[in-house]
Design a protein around this ligand. Structure first.
Ligand code: ZN
Length: 242
């Protein structure tokens, strides 16, 4: 009897250990994936998205096509290293323009995120354009999406229909919103990204930044990061949070 009790105790202890290590490893892998460092399974021919986001996008694309609109993804999943390259390129360029480190960072975060904090790391985000009109140079510029711009009909169609497929505009032009500037092209697959945002808020971003080669990181203090999370990461449309 005593032997059986000890055996039961050992079995119980082992199970607790197994469960605990699974929780830790799940947390580690989701931290890596949500900061663009993991190797998530991504789907799509000319883009990279989670399976769910890709399926929803394909449905939206095929309806749009029937209605005469040729949807195209300009940008989808972006890895951490790519975001570091974007950040460091902009930082060096601004430095040449004689900006102070503070001015430099403020300028970059008008449109670009601190590496590790981009929603594009999640595989649920898309920057959308219309493949039909010929546009030279940078395609992600607000005036192109405004009335009489080449992407005006795309913009109107998305405003009316994207939500039917789970896609919502993140960086809206609402006065009440803080952080990144208006991006009429950036849509999020909210049924999934809503959960990712919650998980993301548990990650220690400061620790991650310290361990990587990011220009100007000594100016990204703990206070700065806290303010950035509140105003920028959480400065999104209410529809992608609630
Ligand atoms: Zn985007």
């Amino acid at each position: 009897m005593k032997c059986l009790n000890i055996l039961l105790l050992i079995l119980l202890f082992n199970n607790v250990l197994i469960v605990k290590s699974q929780i830790i490893s799940n947390k580690t892998s989701s931290t890596l994936i949500l900061t663009g460092q993991g190797n998530p399974i991504l789907h799509g021919k000319n883009y990279k998205l989670t399976k769910e986001a890709s399926q929803a996008y394909q449905k939206m694309k095929s309806t749009a096509k029937k209605e005469g609109l040729n949807l195209k993804i300009a940008s989808s999943h972006r890895a951490f290293d790519r975001q570091v390259a974007i950040w460091n390129y902009k930082y060096s360029k601004n430095m040449e323009a004689d900006m102070t480190p503070e001015e430099n960072i403020k300028k970059i975060i008008e449109y670009s995120t601190i590496p590790g904090t981009s929603r594009h790391h999640w595989g649920t985000e898309i920057d959308l354009i219309d493949a039909d009109p010929e546009v030279e140079g940078d395609v992600l510029l607000t005036p192109l999406f405004e009335e009489n711009g080449p992407y005006a009909s795309l913009n109107n169609w998305l405003k009316k229909n994207a939500h039917k497929y789970g896609f919502y505009l993140v960086y809206t032009n609402e006065e009440s919103r803080t952080g990144f500037k208006y991006e009429p092209w950036h849509y999020s697959y909210v049924p999934q990204s809503k959960r990712f945002l919650k998980e993301f808020l548990d990650i220690n971003i400061k620790e991650l930044i310290n361990s990587k080669k990011i220009l100007g990181k000594e100016y990204l203090s703990e206070d700065f990061i806290e303010k950035y999370i509140n105003e920028y990461v959480l400065g999104v449309s209410k529809k992608v949070i609630e």
